[in-house]
Design a protein around this ligand. Sequence first.
Ligand code: SAM
Length: 258
Amino acid sequence: MNKVKLSDRLQLLLDQVPEGSRLADIGSDHALLPVAAVESGKAVSAIAGEVNQGPYEAALKGVAEAGLGKQIAVRRGDGLEVLEPGEADCITIAGMGGSLIAAILGRGQALGKLEGVKTLALQPNVGEDILRRWLLNNGWVVTAEHILEEDGKIYEVLTAYPEGEAFGLTNEQLYLERVLPGGVICSPDMLLQMGPWLLEKPNAVFTAKWLGEIAKLEGILGSLSRSELESAEEKRSKIRAQIKKISEVLECLPKDKL
Ligand code: SAM
């Protein structure tokens, strides 16, 4: 039987899953990730969670076609509701907005579903800063960040461990104001926005992402330019300040990455 071939995005997510995991993939759709995790031997067992009927059926089909019905349970339900506390030690959530991922984790944590979970590997499509803030405020430390481009889209993958089990790293250290090599001060807010690890090792995709964000902000400035309302002027100055901060950070990056 042919093994599942993952996209670079999902492969990067799978790379974050520790060997021997009991994995739960939430919003699994075709169950590609849990199938590949079990096929590769990285996960000893997996749960594929899906809230919607169509993707739930696609997950059932994917698992049956891979012949992995004994190792992978496909369950229909909202977020982490499909898990019993202690059942999984690694959770992956990919392909949703950062605020939806944060809401799923928040509801799950309140229900005790993150008990025993040692690793979160998350791929928000947008709103990475919202997710970083949730992790920071809920006792999770981001231990690695990756960024990649696939089919013209840019994706970030965040890996987090519970504070106290994050290889000695604390959130206080991670989000401490720091001076970038070019001398610009990077505030905790900027670290949350752009990513503390991505800023440490920026690559060309990171630069492309933030040049794109500047272009979007300039577009908003342009559309606000005709308004004489006081509130529009307030928005304009906030956006100008944001563009200035991002540009200063980009100017500090090693020149071969620009
Ligand atoms: N994780 C796969 C990937 O990254 O390729 C599929 C991503 S797909 C864009 C998002 C999936 O999340 C959809 O199949 C959707 O039904 C599911 N989803 C959205 N909200 C969910 C929730 N609250 N609980 C479980 N699944 C959810």
